[in-house]
Ligand binder design. Structure first.
Ligand code: NAI
Length: 308
């Protein structure tokens, strides 16, 4: 198994670090345009092997795609992150050019790879990668819902003072502060609806905190977050390479599912060795359906800016 991560910045390097620690592949190539950075970070990570005990080898590459040849999974994290006060959507111009070029290069050397897009605005970047590359839809996955759901579970666990491990919950829709939909109605604590433990006001606050979860961190740190984004991306890679068939909300191409066509946005999918294998059709309430439609409208207007 070979995995490539493009972008050796905060999210890319953390993703690669998580992947090698869990030995998800024999080789992990970390590629960046900044001279020496991916080589340096890869060597730094490899020096943890003797301390932590793993056998996966990280390999750095300054923009040499030959080294990525034959990758089974490729992850795209290259692009600008947001600064305090910025929305993910403001990144579209620069990141569209980067994601397009990177996708072309990756698929030239790894035509059969499963592609995970992380760069923001992620739903639009995923759509762009699909339209520009013509890659089969089941091999293209946008990472957003996995992170948003982890934040949702964490806020629920904090409100209930329990372990996030015992919380199940999903965030679907677009990966934006105003477009994501935390499904509080369906969230459970070991199978028991969380509404048994939290009031409507408390649940509303959890949902609101989840939606601005990324912005809250950007304000605190001064740039966008990386620990949870890196772990969430690794979790997608793990479900694919180990064929775990986990259900994770991911941005995928919809062709009528959830009432939407020709758009990539977050819905629960089963992730296995061939990419996303099927979409899980949740029975949404009328309010959730309306929120999904509103979210799709926002993602669609962002896609329109690509002029595809
Ligand atoms: P960063 O600035 O730390 O790293 C980005 C890296 O991409 C830099 O090292 C840069 O040199 C590299 N890069 C730029 N153009 C490139 C190209 N053409 N080829 C190869 N490498 C290139 O940024 P960070 O924090 O790692 O974020 C990366 C992206 O991921 C941003 O767009 C950010 O908004 C997004 N993001 C998405 C999340 C999600 O849930 N989908 C969560 C967190 C971040």
């Amino acid at each position: 198994m070979k995995i490539t991560v493009v972008g050796a910045g905060a999210v890319g390097a953390t993703t690669a670090d998580n992947i090698i620690r869990r030995e998800l592949a024999e080789e992990v190539v970390l590629l960046d345009i900044k001279e020496g950075v991916s080589e340096g970070k890869s060597l730094d990570m490899y020096q943890t092997a003797a301390l932590l005990g793993f056998n996966t080898k990280p390999i750095g590459s300054t923009n040499d795609y030959e080294k990525t040849k034959g990758s089974d999974v490729v992850v795209i994290t290259s692009g600008l992150p947001r600064k305090p006060g910025m929305t993910r959507e403001e990144l579209i111009g620069i990141n569209a050019g980067i994601v397009k070029g990177v996708t072309e290069n990756l698929l030239k050397y790894s035509p059969k790879a499963i592609v995970i897009v992380v760069s923001n605005p992620m739903d639009t970047m995923t759509y762009l990668a699909l339209k520009e590359s013509g890659i089969p839809k089941k091999r293209l996955i946008g990472m957003g819902g996995a992170l948003d759901s982890a934040r949702f579970k964490t806020y629920l666990a904090m409100a209930m003072d329990v372990s996030p491990l015992d919380i199940h919950g999903m965030v679907i829709g677009g990966h934006g502060d105003t477009t994501m939909i935390p499904l509080t109605r369906l969230a459970t604590y070991n199978g028991i609806p969380v509404s048994r433990f939290l009031s409507a006001d408390q649940l509303e606050k959890v949902a609101a905190d989840t939606m601005v979860g990324g912005a809250t961190l950007t304000k605190l740190i001064g740039t966008s977050a990386w620990y949870a984004p890196g772990a969430a991306t690794m979790m997608l890679v793990e479900s694919i390479v180990r064929n775990q068939k986990r259900i994770v909300p991911c941005s995928v191409y919809l062709n009528g599912e959830y009432g939407q066509k020709d758009i990539c946005m977050g819905v629960p999918v089963v992730l296995g060795r061939n990419g996303w294998e099927k979409i899980i059709n949740l029975r949404l309430s009328d309010a959730e359906k309306a929120a999904f439609e509103k979210s799709a409208e926002a993602v669609r207007s962002m896609n329109a800016a690509l002029n595809l």
